[in-house]
Ligand binder design. Structure first.
Ligand code: CTP
Ligand code: CA
Length: 224
């Protein structure tokens, strides 16, 4: 009922989001992953839908319900997430990259479960780098408006702006990871060319609504 009266600044816009972690297998029963509950990404998907957008959410392994009216696609690995994003990104107006993508995957995954040995030797793993999904989208010829997220463990101010310019995105939303993982609230800083904006700590639902408003205000005029 409340959302009925809310202005819909994303009417007619297509929004693509990634959310959650990725899972990179080691063998059929083991893997490595990143810390992410998916709550922030799912809250943003819901807020974008409530703001009138057509929303496509590509999610890594999370245990969250699909927000009403959102098209959801589940993936496991970074490579699968990359492929799904590249399939979906054309014709999108906005890409919000919230996923905590694993930076590396195991080079040679084992097709059988690796067994402990009597000699108690431990296996060693070699890694290869995963594609950078956000940077790849930002490099496209006519990219959507790209929004990145960064969870840092300290020195947010320095890392945030450096990351934004490195990824070549107009807006990067930064937070201190340990202060947000698994929690229902978050405190974020917006990094953009013109400078930084700090948003007050808020629960992820109202923060998502504020962030969607901030993003909507920055979009180029729709009447083109
Ligand atoms: N990202 C991505 N694909 C990757 C890695 C990151 O799309 N392979 C996106 C994330 O979704 C996020 C942004 O890039 O929006 C920043 O992610 P982050 O892990 O903070 O940046 P990295 O460049 O991987 O740097 P770091 O070494 O700090 O992990
Ligand atoms: Ca990373």
């Amino acid at each position: 009922i409340v959302s009925f009266f809310r202005p819909k600044p994303l009417t007619g816009r297509r929004v693509l989001l990634t959310a959650g972690p990725t899972f990179e297998p080691i063998d059929p029963v083991r893997g490595i992953t990143n810390r992410s509950s998916g709550k922030m990404g799912f809250a943003l998907a819901r807020a974008a839908q409530q703001a009138g957008a057509e929303v496509h959410l590509i999610a890594g392994p999370v245990s969250l319900d699909t927000p009403w009216g959102v098209v959801r696609e589940d993936v496991e690995t970074a490579q699968q997430m990359y492929d799904a994003v590249m399939q979906a990104v054309l014709n999108c107006d906005v890409f919000i990259s919230v996923a905590a993508v694993a930076d590396w995957r195991v080079d040679q995954t084992s097709t059988h479960k690796i067994k402990k040995t009597a000699e108690q030797t431990v296996p060693s793993l070699t890694f290869v780098e995963n594609p950078d999904i956000l940077a790849s989208v930002a490099q496209m010829p006519n990219p959507p408006y790209c929004v990145g997220f960064a969870a840092e463990s300290g020195e947010l101010e320095t890392h945030g702006e450096q990351k934004r310019t490195r990824k070549n995105v107009p807006l990067l939303i930064g937070n201190l990871g340990p202060q947000t993982f698994g929690r229902d609230d978050n405190e974020v800083t917006l990094f953009e060319q013109s400078g930084i904006t700090r948003l007050p700590r808020a629960d992820k639902t109202s923060l998502a609504a504020s962030l969607i408003d901030e993003i909507a205000r920055r979009l180029p005029d729709a009447s083109l």
